[in-house]
Design a binder for this molecule. Structure first.
Ligand SMILES: *[C@@H]1O[C@H](CO)[C@@H](O)[C@H](O)[C@H]1NC(C)=O
Ligand SMILES: *[C@@H]1O[C@H](CO)[C@@H](O)[C@H](O)[C@H]1NC(C)=O
Ligand SMILES: *[C@@H]1O[C@H](CO)[C@@H](O)[C@H](O)[C@H]1NC(C)=O
Ligand SMILES: *[C@@H]1O[C@H](CO)[C@@H](O)[C@H](O)[C@H]1NC(C)=O
Ligand SMILES: *[C@@H]1O[C@H](CO)[C@@H](O)[C@H](O)[C@H]1NC(C)=O
Ligand SMILES: *[C@@H]1O[C@H](CO)[C@@H](O)[C@H](O)[C@H]1NC(C)=O
Ligand SMILES: CC(=O)N[C@H]1CO[C@H](CO)[C@@H](O)[C@@H]1O
Ligand SMILES: [Zn+2]
Length: 777
């Protein structure tokens, strides 16, 4: 294939990017932003050649590609729609482009930017039942944008090295080759990579053959891979590097940083084979750590990609929590090898099922690999509390949304949020509590948890035995404008104990119920044991006091964490009598309720050192960061640099985030958020973000996960009317350009700021008074 094209003069076909008549046809059709489904691909033949050195003329890193896709026509049509983004086509002559029996001539071709389609309009119609092939030859930029086929850079012994790698999920395969880029449209992929000698090419399938070829006098390798399983485009992975298996930088492997991952991978795969009762579907399982990687990890089938911090573990310098992260993330990704990859969501509105399930079973897999760690207890701390915080806002969303409400790439990215990852655990655990008398109600129960946003607070009055539920909102008087078919009522499993003795599960099926056994007298009641239900619990003051004054050891560990979280949040939401209590708890908690926290001493020490020091110390820490070879160590140094109390240094550090040579794009959000969390940096950061928003938004790729975290991180401490105004101004100013995947985060930030302002207004006097009474001042 390659030799054939070599030396021919290439014509670059320029495609008009918009066409009014197409716009009209397109938007008038009922399919709008989704592929019509008339054309069903069977397989793709793809050859890619990434250049690991910049082109001397343009100074850009590029890749060239040749692709053919065979598809069957299901309904007669004269339009071929296939996804394509940022690719330049060469050789788009009629006779080569669409092949098959009696193919109509091409009338015109163009790119449709908003929906990222390459459109080929034919003179006549394709015939149902016939198979056709679409051939294309193209070039793309191997940019450092962490999307599609991209480049990652690192320094080893002073030499800059380039890795060509990929992140196709969710909608970036189309940036690598023209394809039918929707999760349900599966096909077989035959892949060939052309790459420099001394490098290794990896993909989802096993390498079948590596041949030496010569192009323009340059000696290169050509690696062919076995055909993949039939799978979604978003699971494809392509990597060219000089790495070693478990794949990582040579130095990291030599230092043994891959050993931990290697040791736990086997047991976790064993666990999932037994759990799903299906053997591992592929012939190989590669895992690779990349210096620049957008997400935490990606479950490409047979070739899982990770951020270095998530796969590598150095016993000398990494903390226990790094180890915990490694084992749970590996378990999460390996869980997808079955659930997600073998069985795939139909469309991105179902992402909650895919991600929620993987997050849930990741704890089971990690628990199997590390049985002594009580990993399952972490669910409450790591997931439930995090999702409660977002889901208590009226700008939240239900787990499910209609298929046709999620279309554009930005909306798809927005689906990958905390709610999708974390809420489903408890929805699932709720299901397990069904006893034999309830199966007919399973749908009724499930629907109330997944089809309406938010969650309830269950209030137990131990003096009357009356148990009631309300939609829990951080701002109780906020107006919920989204109607729910279930009126924001849930069917709630109440697992409870009285005086330490576990009682039978009790269901609260309506707004209000009566459980006479919960009338306690002097004893105490605890509900939502082990936080298996997705709700908060409130009690009458007497029961709260009895709970907190009790010896903590009888109360399950997980509930201790949740009691504190519930009490503080109920107080924030103006369950007013709890405010006194809150202060009381603070003392009690410190004495009785202190639980296993992993003090990450190193982080704390670095941070204090930078905070107490001046520019020399800051420079020293920065130089340590440049030299760090262990990713988790680098992470700690990177965050410590944000601890300075010198605004000039913080300003300099913020500027560094716009220079990928200083701060990798994947880390920019973490640095900016860290500076915002520093009191001395909060104002600076907001000014910085507003000043540079447009630049970041356009330069750092469309619709990305971290814009949402950026907004929520930078505004986390907003609590004054001035800050609210700033946020409103910001929203107004950038209305036209939009916020992409951060749109929801902006709404949430506005709402949270309003809630904070109200809380301060309402409670400032009480808190001040209490402090005065305690300090005698
Ligand atoms: C099942 O649930 C029903 C309804 O709450 C309850 O009456 C019954 O006792 C439960 N049965 C068992 C075996 O737990
Ligand atoms: C909710 O709506 C009512 C009536 O329109 C209004 O008075 C109130 O201020 C709104 N509440 C919030 C939190 O916006
Ligand atoms: C709560 O969780 C702990 C730790 O996982 C477990 O030992 C205990 O049996 C659980 N309690 C109940 C009532 O399920
Ligand atoms: C920063 O911290 C140092 C050391 O604690 C202190 O001397 C200095 O006054 C602080 N500077 C500011 C601007 O707060
Ligand atoms: C810190 O580094 C910057 C940039 O390299 C340099 O301009 C500055 O003089 C250094 N300051 C100190 C105190 O070393
Ligand atoms: C931040 O800005 C607000 C007003 O926008 C001001 O009241 C506050 O004092 C500033 N904080 C710091 C630490 O500079
Ligand atoms: C939707 C979901 O996550 N369901 C799971 C709930 O937990 C049970 C038992 O662990 C699984 O079998 C379900 O698949
Ligand atoms: Zn996942």
């Amino acid at each position: 294939l390659f030799g054939e094209k070599k030396g021919k003069k290439k014509e670059v076909a320029t495609l008009p990017s918009h066409s009014m008549s197409f716009y009209f046809i397109f938007y008038a059709s009922r399919f709008r932003d989704r592929l019509p489904g008339y054309l069903v691909p069977e397989f793709y033949n793809i050859t890619l050649w990434p250049r690991l050195k910049p082109n001397p003329n343009s100074n850009l890193y590029i890749f060239t590609g040749w692709s053919a896709v065979q598809f069957e026509c299901l309904e007669a049509t004269d339009l071929i729609l296939i996804h394509s983004n940022k690719l330049n086509y060469t050789e788009m002559k009629d006779e080569h482009f669409v092949k098959g029996v009696s193919v109509p001539n091409i009338k015109s071709t163009w790119l449709q930017l908003q929906t990222q389609y390459l459109v080929i309009q034919l003179m006549g119609k394709l015939t149902p039942g016939q198979k056709y092939q679409l051939h294309a030859q193209f070039t793309g930029e191997l940019a450092d944008d962490l999307a599609g086929f991209y480049r990652s850079e690192y320094k080893e012994d002073g030499v800059t090295k380039i890795v060509a790698t990929s992140q196709m999920h969710p909608t970036n395969a189309r940036k690598t080759f023209p394809c039918f880029d929707e999760p349900a449209i599966k096909a077989v992929f035959h892949l060939t990579l052309i790459h420099p000698t001394g490098t290794i090419a990896l993909s989802n399938g096993m390498e079948m053959e590596t041949a030496t070829i010569t192009v323009d006098g340059e000696t290169l390798l050509q690696t062919t891979f076995e055909a993949t399983e039939k799978m979604s485009t978003y699971l494809l992975a392509i990597i060219v590097s000089d790495y070693i298996r478990i794949w990582a930088r040579k130095k990291a492997i030599k230092e043994g940083q891959g050993n931990y991952a290697l040791n736990v991978t086997g047991p976790i795969l064993d666990f999932f084979q037994a759990y799903y009762n299906i053997s591992y579907p592929l012939r190989k399982s590669d895992q690779i750590a990349l210096p620049d990687f957008y997400f935490g990890a990606m479950e490409n089938w047979g070739l899982v990609t990770y951020r270095e911090t998530n796969l590598l573990y150095d016993p000398e310098t990494s903390s226990n929590s790094n180890k915990e992260t490694t084992v749970t993330i590996i378990a999460h990704e390996l869980a997808h090898m079955w659930f997600g990859n073998l069985v795939t969501l139909r469309w991105w509105n179902e992402v909650w099922l895919n991600e929620g399930f993987a997050s849930y079973v990741s704890y089971l897999g990690a628990d199997y690999a590390e049985p002594d760690w009580n990993v399952k207890d972490l669910i409450v701390l790591d997931d439930v509390q995090k999702v409660f915080a977002v889901d208590a806002l009226v700008s939240s969303h239900p787990l499910t949304s209609k298929e046709d409400s999620i279309n554009l790439p930005g909306q798809i990215m927005e689906q990958f949020d905390t709610i999708s990852y974390s809420k489903v655990h408890t929805a699932n655990l709720t299901m397990q509590d069904n006893n034999v008398s309830l199966p007919r109600q399973v749908d009724a129960i499930m629907n109330r948890w997944v089809r309406q946003m938010g969650f309830p607070v269950v209030t137990i009055d131990t003096s009357t035995g009356i148990v009631s539920q309300n939609h829990f909102l951080l701002v109780p008087e906020s107006n919920v404008t989204v109607e729910s078919p279930y009126k924001y009522e849930w069917m709630i499993p109440v697992r409870w104990m009285k005086d330490g003795a576990t009682k039978d599960i009790w269901w609260l099926l309506e707004k209000k119920g009566l459980n006479v056994d919960m009338r306690t007298g002097p004893s105490w009641v605890l509900a939502n044991i082990n936080v298996t239900g997705y709700y908060r619990v409130n009690y009458d003051l007497g029961n709260w006091e009895r709970l907190f004054s009790h010896r903590a050891s009888v109360i399950p560990l997980i509930n201790r964490a949740q009691l504190v979280d519930d009490a503080f949040n109920l107080a924030s939401a103006n369950y007013k009598y709890l405010l006194c209590l809150q202060i009381h708890i603070r003392e009690q908690v410190l004495v009785h309720f202190t639980f296993i926290i992993h003090p990450n001493l190193r982080s704390a020490v670095y941070c204090s050192a930078v905070a107490a020091g001046g520019e020399a110390e800051w420079n020293f820490t920065w130089s340590q960061l440049q030299d760090a070879t262990v990713a988790s160590e680098a992470n700690k140094l990177m965050l410590a640099l944000a601890c300075s109390n010198n605004t000039q240094l913080l300003e300099r550090y913020l500027e560094f985030t716009l220079d990928p040579a200083k701060i990798r794009k994947q880390d920019a959000t973490a640095v900016i958020t860290a500076v915002a969390n520093n009191r001395a940096g909060q104002n600076l950061t907001w000014q910085f973000v507003t000043k540079n928003w447009e630049h970041m938004f356009t330069e750092y790729g469309v619709g990305s996960f971290s814009f949402a975290s950026l907004i929520s991180g930078v505004t986390a401490r907003f609590s004054t009317p001035q800050e609210l105004q700033q946020l409103l101004d910001f929203e107004e100013e950038h209305k036209d350009a939009g916020f992409g995947s951060a749109a929801l985060a902006v709404d949430q930030a506005l709402e949270r700021t309003q809630a904070n302002i109200k809380w301060v207004q309402r409670n400032k006097q009480d808190v001040l008074q209490w402090f005065r009474s305690q300090t005698g001042n």
